[in-house]
Design a protein around this ligand. Structure first.
Ligand code: NAD
Length: 527
């Protein structure tokens, strides 16, 4: 804890020291141009085009220019990864893991600058950016440990003098397509298990946050991961993402993003019989029972709804509250929400940073309009975009609470992915669970109650991949499986040891040392 505070203080200092540029044009003149990483070389896009990565808290702050890559760039990266596969696959897993532990050390060493970079490109407050980097560190250490396990199993064979076992083998070349809101944690969840299992990869980060993934790949290079094993290609989903998804040489696509894009990715993979792991949207609910510690539930609701400006797949976008405590809960929630400070995530006084870009502003403001006009919910606080003073050049939307929401309303059904939450009344635990389950997603849910029976009932009845008791809907740890049901996923789980089932395939091996033909299911064995 103390170390974390110290690291964050240093990160703030690093940000404060960052050169302040005088005006828009001089800022642009000094902007750094970044490259793709293909076959161990940093190279521009073959097409020569770039796109700008800007700070969502101040769009005049241009962070860098990144390659607007083409299909040819994606193909070159796939070729490099294919070439590197034979060597990497035969590198013993404990040795692969050593390089990953080294990567973990580099991330620890650079945590403060990595967090500062992330806040600058993504907007989340510095403490949360530090958490994102920490998740990558935790994932690296935990998953690298698998280099000395990657357990298979042995099992009896049905014939005498015959041995049976099952081992993991790498799947081959993996395409990793990632979203912008956890720009280091999510790439690491995919990259580290892919590598420890012996695969080679091409990563395509989201357009809004290429720098954090660039930083991760740069650290891989420094750790000594051989050329071609990790390749980075930045650019649009429609071009680079689709090129990877459709490439016959890419055996597996691991995708995190919206359900709509995930469906496109899944259908392309199905066409060519590629393995496809999807982590997609959420509409997560906190249930607050009448016996709950209301103050604790409010803390959880604020953190879950407005942390990362509500831009988490696990965000608490629905608060289902027992009618007996509904008024008390709602008025306290509104009071606390109104007190949240908005601003640049680099400012230690900020509670809620900007949202990611202009499209996000448009979508979130549309939903706020739908909540008021189409749904007829009560806008209890927030609801405005801030455009003056310090907010003039950023994408700031007030933390917003709707009350008197009914389960069928669009704001209670659809993923808004912004600082907006809906408070929905319920008369009983059973009704709360029914409402909580009554959406197309199934990622995370939680209950606040003092009653163990109610907690276990909800735990059993919620059809989600993650469940919390007396805690918010966010806060997953890397050694437990992560993922969701229904429209959130397609049955895979990241993190934990379960992620190994995505990035390796089972091979069953039979060794017959009887010296004669033994036919399973046909020959009788004398007892
Ligand atoms: P998005 O779907 O817009 O983009 C995700 C990635 O897909 C980006 O890299 C994008 O460039 C790429 N992409 C876009 N079109 C593509 C195409 N046609 N082919 C291949 N790739 C393409 O999502 P986003 O806005 O970056 O992320 C937000 C979404 O991610 C939210 O819905 C959120 O709930 C979800 N999410 C889910 C989880 C989970 O584990 N369930 C975790 C984090 C985020």
């Amino acid at each position: 804890m103390a170390l974390d505070t110290q690291v964050m203080a240093q990160a703030r200092k690093a940000l404060a020291k960052a050169p302040r540029k005088e005006n828009k044009s001089s800022r642009r003149a000094t902007v750094k141009t970044y490259h793709n990483f293909i076959a161990g070389e940093w190279v521009p896009s073959a097409g020569g085009e770039t796109f700008e990565n800007v700070n969502p808290a101040d769009t005049h702050d241009v962070i860098g220019r990144f390659p607007l890559s083409t299909r040819e760039d994606a193909n070159a990266a796939v070729n490099a990864a294919q070439e590197a596969f034979a060597h990497w696959k035969h590198t013993p897993a404990p040795r692969r893991a050593e390089l990953l532990f080294r990567l973990g050390e580099i991330l620890i060493r650079d945590k403060e600058t990595l967090a500062a970079d992330m806040t600058r490109e993504m907007g989340k407050v510095l403490k949360e950016a530090g958490g994102d980097v920490q998740e990558a560190i935790d994932c690296t250490y935990y998953t690298a440990g698998e280099g000395r396990r990657l357990h298979g199993f042995t099992t009896p064979a049905e014939m005498p003098n015959k041995f049976a076992m099952c081992v993991r083998q790498p799947v081959g070349l993996c395409g990793l397509i990632t979203p912008w809101h956890f720009p280091m944690a999510i790439p690491s969840w995919k990259l580290i298990p892919a590598l420890v299992c012996g695969n080679t990869v091409v990563i395509k980060p989201a357009e809004d946050t290429p720098l954090s993934t660039y930083n991760l790949v740069k650290a891989c290079e420094e750790a000594g991961i051989p050329p071609g094993v990790v390749n980075l290609v930045t650019g649009s989903g429609e071009t680079v993402g689709a090129a990877l998804t459709n490439h016959p040489g890419v055996r597996l696509i691991s995708f995190t993003g919206s359900t709509e894009t995930g469906r496109l990715v899944a259908s392309s993979c199905a066409d060519r019989n590629a393995i496809c792991s999807l982590e997609m949207g959420g509409k997560n609910a906190i249930m607050v029972m009448d016996d709950a510690d209301i103050d604790l539930a409010i803390e959880g609701a604020l953190w879950g709804a407005f942390g990362t400006s509500g831009q988490r797949c696990t965000a608490s976008s629905r608060l289902i509250v027992h009618k007996k405590v509904y008024k008390r809960f709602s008025s306290k929630l509104v009071e606390r929400t109104e007190a949240l400070r908005m601003g640049n995530g680099a400012d230690p006084k900020t509670d809620v940073g900007p949202v990611i870009n202009g499209d996000a502003v448009k979508k979130i403001m549309e939903y706020i309009g739908i909540g008021q006009k189409e749904d007829g919910a009560t806008l209890a606080c927030g609801g405005k975009r801030l455009t003056r003073g310090d907010y003039a050049n950023g994408f700031f939307i007030e933390p917003t609470v709707f009350t008197d929401v009914t389960p069928d309303m669009r704001i209670a059904q659809e993923e808004i992915f912004g600082p907006v939450t809906s408070v929905i009344p319920a008369s009983s635990l059973e009704e709360a669970v029914e409402i909580a389950n009554g959406v197309r997603y199934g990622l995370s849910a939680s209950i606040y109650t003092q009653d163990v029976n109610r907690a276990f009932h909800a735990m059993n009845e919620m059809y989600t991949g993650i469940f919390y008791v007396n805690s918010s809907t966010i806060g997953a740890e890397v050694h437990l499986p992560f993922g969701g049901t229904k429209a959130t996923g397609n049955g895979h789980r990241e993190a934990g040891t379960q992620v190994l089932d995505i990035f390796s395939e089972w091979k069953s091996i039979y060794v017959d040392y009887s010296g004669k033909l033994q036919r399973a299911q046909i020959d009788q064995v004398e007892i």
